[in-house]
Design a binder for this molecule. Structure first.
Ligand code: AMP
Length: 444
């Protein structure tokens, strides 16, 4: 199969040739004809499988061949993304695919001045990529009208709900014309998302190119058990031993990111960090420098986990396991992209055993454990497997301590003696499902 047999027009084929795309990926092979035929879509695809081109190529074709010229302060297609970085990245891809087409594209997101965005929108843009909050601001300030909108794309829709955008999505839904095409893309599909899809989509075609919630099989994954307090030391040891060149590291909290970056920089290691407390320009600069290999180690919270496409990234390290098991799939999906192989190493301590178990259950695999000599944990990580079982071996009787007993259960997590539960709250806000007005829909 080729892109030409999928029915794409010549200017798109030319752009794909320049980019070196020869064969459509499975998600592209299914999505492109369906979108060209005007269908709504609900697509689950593994990370890094080319889903951006899966929706962008047919969308660009429809906008070129059909519909009126874009009016002032209007957009003909809207692509909603959960994070600013992803919005930038999706926009960059769309602009590349559109390089030979007479269409305009633009990206808007928060954290930067709104005025230049308002100016740019005056003439209207064919494709607008946006994060939900800034889109609503622009709409409320009359800088953007949506009555010309032909197509809505929800990219990483589950992440939008995870990040607490459910109310924004419900507001945007009310702003949209009823007659439109809607494409919903997500790497993972929770039940909340299926509910949202049921409300937003019209007779959608379901595309599932990989089994639900399975991590990319091009990524070799394993776990190194270690005591929590020795994680930084183990990280540096593994980095030197493995001569790691470019590593994306995930830590659970903003403080955790800063602490690890400080420690690495203190050792003369070229490291930088990104998290939600940093200004957008700083985040983008760190990411750009990492992509250009000017920074060797990029430490991030889950804000960086989704969608980012870093060419040939060989290694992802989970310094902490994610609280939400699905984030594990997104994190490790940053490597092993576009047919490359990658590695994902997780440093796991005893109080993360329930998270490990949840990840193994979700991905339906028991992760291989590799003990690192001299780093064997004092607090054993109980055995786990893909069934969700945590096998707790009977403990040897211990001498009573003045400060309390050994590992004990606290708020659903294992906490070692003398340790406290994480000071920062979970990075994942409570997931709310928006309630939409599901009145009768007009036929297309
Ligand atoms: P995505 O999943 O959309 O983020 O795409 C992941 C990576 O795959 C990006 O670097 C794309 O440029 C690349 N890619 C997407 N489709 C193809 C294709 N058909 N052939 C080669 N590379 C592709």
């Amino acid at each position: 199969m080729t892109f030409a047999t999928l029915g794409l027009i010549e200017p798109l084929l030319r752009a794909l040739e320049t980019l070196g795309y020869q064969t459509p990926t499975p998600v592209q092979a299914q999505a492109i004809p369906a979108v060209l035929a005007g269908r709504d879509l609900m697509a689950a695809a593994q990370t890094g499988t080319g889903k951006t081109a899966g929706f962008a190529l047919p969308l660009l074709q429809l906008l070129t061949l059909e519909g009126p010229k874009v009016a002032a302060n209007s957009a003909r297609a809207l692509i909603l993304c959960p994070t600013r970085e992803l919005a930038e990245q999706v926009h960059a891809s769309v602009a590349e695919y559109a390089q030979h087409l007479p269409l305009t594209t633009y990206a808007v997101y928060g954290g930067v001045s709104i005025n230049p965005q308002m100016m740019k929108l005056r003439k209207g843009v064919d494709i607008l990529v946006a994060t939900p909050g800034r889109l609503i601001d622009l709409f409320r300030q009359n800088a953007l009208k949506l009555n010309q909108l032909q197509t809505l794309v929800l990219d990483e829709a589950d992440r939008m709900l995870d990040l607490g955008f459910s109310e924004e999505l419900a507001n945007i839904y009310r702003m949209l014309p009823k007659k439109r095409q809607t494409l919903l893309f997500s790497a993972t599909f929770s039940d909340d998302i299926r509910l949202l899809a049921g409300q937003m989509l019209n007779d959608p075609l379901s595309i599932e190119v990989s089994p639900r919630n399975v991590a990319a099989n091009t990524v070799k994954q394993w776990v190194v058990p270690v005591d929590k307090k020795r994680k930084p030391e183990l990280f540096v040891h593994l980095m030197r031993k493995g001569r790691w060149k470019q590593v994306l590291v995930f830590a659970k909290t903003r403080n955790g990111v800063d602490a690890l970056v400080d420690k690495l920089q203190g050792l003369g290691i070229n490291a930088d960090g990104i998290h939600g407390d940093k200004p957008q320009a700083t985040r983008q600069r760190a990411l750009d420098r990492f992509k250009a290999s000017d920074v060797q180690i990029l430490v991030a919270t889950d804000v960086a986990a989704r969608g980012l496409d870093i060419e040939d990234l060989p290694l992802v390290v989970n310094f902490d396991l994610p609280i939400v098991a699905e984030d594990y799939i997104h994190r490790i999906g940053r490597t092993g992209r576009a047919g490359n192989t990658g590695e994902a190493i997780s440093l796991v301590c005893a109080d993360e055993v329930n998270m490990l178990s949840a990840i193994e259950m979700l991905t339906r695999q028991t992760l291989t454990r590799k003990m690192e000599p001299d780093f064997e944990p004092e607090h054993r990580v109980p055995d786990t497997d893909a069934s969700g079982q945590v096998v707790k071996k009977p403990k040897k009787p211990k001498k009573p301590k003045a400060t309390g007993g050994g590992g004990k259960r606290n708020l659903g997590k294992w906490v070692d003696s003398g340790e406290v539960a994480p000071a920062e709250p979970s990075i994942k806000p409570v997931r709310k499902v928006p309630v939409f007005n599901t009145g009768p829909r007009k036929k297309k």
